[in-house]
Design a protein around this ligand. Sequence first.
Ligand code: GTQ
Length: 345
Amino acid sequence: MSEQLGTLEELPQDYRDAMGEAGVSPLWPMMRNVLPHGAPNPKTQSGYWNFERLRPLLLRAGELTPVEKAERRVLVLGDPGRGPGAMQATASLYIGMQLLLPGETAPAHKHTPSAVRVMVEGKGAFTVVDGERLPMEEGDLVLTPGGEWHDHGHDGDEPVIWLDVLDLPLFVYLEGSYAEEGELQAQRNRPDASAVEYLSAGLAPSRTRKAAVRRYPMARYPWARTEAALRELARYEGEEPVEMDYINPETGDDVLPTMGFTAMMLEAGQTSRPPKRSESAIFHVVKGRGHSVIDGKRVEWGPKDTFSAPVFAEIDHVADEESFLIRAHDRPLQEKLGYSEERPR
Ligand code: GTQ
């Protein structure tokens, strides 16, 4: 095994010039940058965003920039490792806080990246995905899969804020990111599928009706049911903090091709020490208080706060009170690449 690889400076200038003119460059000085030994060397650093600090900034955006001038009124939560203006929180995950004021609509569009909303604050907002009206209540997870028309509306009388999680950086990297605009959609006059086809876990419409199964059959995961399920699981399996995957109710797969989501419950005083994982992650506090230590950096979190972890991070969560966290990750993408790893601590 070679320890020290040759550098660019060791090469004669005329050779370096000739390589440049020919449009080539030597691999060996760059080898360890693109293939470090043993583990990746992420640019991403753990980030933390306090909701009490974001909230007034978002509300001020509501005064400064009408939604017509913003299309989506969003403050992007940028990776500290990439510096100010970063349009991503990890290599693959984008997160932003979106504000919609009473009576506003965010016009219909569709785009190649997928988006998932985690409702943070306010009542009366809804997203329409492919004609299905999806109410947004605090803690709800709402999918707008890539390629599906979506618009947002707001019938309530207070500002509404939600967290957007998108696989946007991936599509930008692939030079595959683009959007199309459309008209506000007609809404089918019926409840969303979480209240009809998939009202009960373990039941799905019979095979003769499978012709109507959509690729993303359930677009809304109501928080009340998630919390109830976590509480029951914790009651019987709760020596360790409990965590549940959001899944496609027809296939059991992750909800989207690139992004996965879980909901975690920690009881007061409980700690969680997951293995080091090859996926990056976003954590959003639905409720509760505690702290996490991520790669040695301590984050004190409270309700509605958001924080992130790079790949292979060492993560410890400690709950001071009963706490519920939603975790977004990119393991579905990694599995499709034939790559997904967990390393014991
Ligand atoms: O609501 O469709 O945060 O298209 C970024 C891009 C939200 C959205 C974002 C988007 C949206």
